[in-house]
Write a protein that binds this ligand. Structure first.
Ligand SMILES: Nc1ncnc2c1ncn2[C@@H]1O[C@H](COP(=O)(O)OP(=O)(O)O)[C@@H](O)[C@H]1O
Ligand SMILES: N[C@@H](CCOP(=O)(O)O)C(=O)O
Length: 358
């Protein structure tokens, strides 16, 4: 007989997108995890909680406006509800409790929102019993919400990935252009109109996994201030000089090969991690970024392979094979010259999102 209380845990890694030249293309899943501890108590016949869902939360942003415990407002549960409503389920099952454990710092370029979107899509699948939804199909749902594929691709599939979007048929293009407020009605539309949200077209995005040399670790230097990704995208130009585009194309052709090769070649990796499409413009939001990237080289720092902005920033990602403390201390000292306080973490490539049943 099926149990009346169902329990499972969804675990989603954080991510570092771009890795220098791979703007909106490359993502790396890293070993810091968002966890959802979910309980569905089917003995309940009614709920006092909106949408039959109670949220509790511990971790980054706990108790702040950034993390709502209202399932009609919280990003994670709104995403889950989007998946459910595309499948004619209007609420969570009676009665759902989602306990969120989140060590991923918010707005720092370590993919907290990407992880929340991926975990939310998986939550919708699991509570809705939507077993036919493959990871590839879940990726389509993620891309209706997080419009760049790099960090959601890494958080969903794991490892070091290249992601790409398919050209869409005109009718599908119209469907992905719908306002986010229609995809994720907030607060769940106020009044439930019973209208199905727009479903994602099939096969919007794809990914390919690249090899990763086992010697390479990631040092994340995390400033204490936030840069919302939306703001860090607003500072980017609409058009680029051709030599800058060529510069990035030359490096992106090297990057996956250089990072997959064992033993790693520091000079090649350093060269392959240079960027002219996003980091120079984001310098305006992240004091010291250009000097840090320019000053940290394998020649001046043993063990270092390369340095880049993590995602939209402000975290700096240093790839290295040794001397992790020394590398972190040097970058922290540079930030300190601009009165910016940081902490740091040593991370490793991680597997993608998993669901474990009790
Ligand atoms: N676990 C979570 N639960 C709910 N909302 C979250 C969670 N993680 C992130 N968010 C939302 O995402 C925002 C940060 O997103 P974003 O600016 O894209 O930065 P990041 O680089 O961390 O992804 C937070 O302010 C918060 O609103
Ligand atoms: N390619 C995107 C990646 C944003 O990642 P996040 O972790 O900062 O949300 C960009 O560079 O804008």
């Amino acid at each position: 007989m099926a149990s009346t209380v169902e329990k499972f845990v969804i675990k989603t890694p954080c991510s570092s997108a771009n890795i220098g030249p791979g703007f909106d293309v490359i993502g790396l899943a890293l070993s810091m995890y968002l966890e959802l501890h979910v309980t569905i108590d089917r003995t309940k016949t009614s709920s006092t909680h909106p949408l039959n869902c109670r949220i509790t939360y511990e971790g980054e942003g706990e108790g702040t406006d950034e993390i709502s415990l209202d399932p009609q407002v919280n990003l994670l549960t709104r995403v889950a509800l989007y998946v459910l409503r595309c499948h004619d389920q209007r609420t969570f099952p009676l009665e759902t409790h989602v306990h969120i454990k989140n060590p991923i710092p918010l707005g720092r370029g370590l993919g907290s929102s990407g992880a929340a979107v991926v975990a939310g899509v998986m939550l919708g699948k699991e509570v809705g019993g939507l077993h036919h939804l493959t990871l590839e199909r879940l990726f389509d749902f993620c891309l209706m919400i997080e419009r760049h594929p790099d960090n959601v691709g890494a958080a969903l599939f794991g490892g070091f990935v290249g992601t790409y979007l398919m050209p869409l048929a005109p009718e599908d293009a119209a469907r992905v252009e719908v306002p986010l407020s229609e995809v994720l009605p907030a607060p769940a539309g106020g009044v439930d109109t019973g209208v199905r949200p727009p479903e994602p077209p099939h096969g919007i995005g794809h990914h390919i996994k690249f090899p990763w040399a086992p010697e390479i670790k990631a040092v994340a230097i995390i400033p204490e201030f936030e840069v919302p990704t939306a703001k860090a995208r607003e500072v980017l130009p609409a058009q680029y000089p051709r030599p800058d585009v060529t510069f990035n194309l030359q490096r992106i052709a090297l990057l996956p090969v250089a990072l997959g090769h064992s033993p790693p070649n520091p000079q090649l990796i350093y060269l392959a991690m240079q960027d002219k499409l996003h980091q120079p413009y984001r310098q305006t939001l992240i004091p010291g970024l250009t000097e840090i990237v320019a000053s940290m080289t394998p020649a001046s720092q043993p063990g270092l392979l390369g340095v880049c902005l993590s995602g939209a920033g402000p975290t700096i990602l240093a790839l290295a094979t040794s001397n992790f403390d020394e590398i972190a201390d040097r970058i922290i000292a540079r930030f300190k010259q601009n009165n910016i306080v940081c902490n740091w973490k040593l991370l490793e490539p991680a597997e993608g999102t998993t669901v474990t049943r009790a």
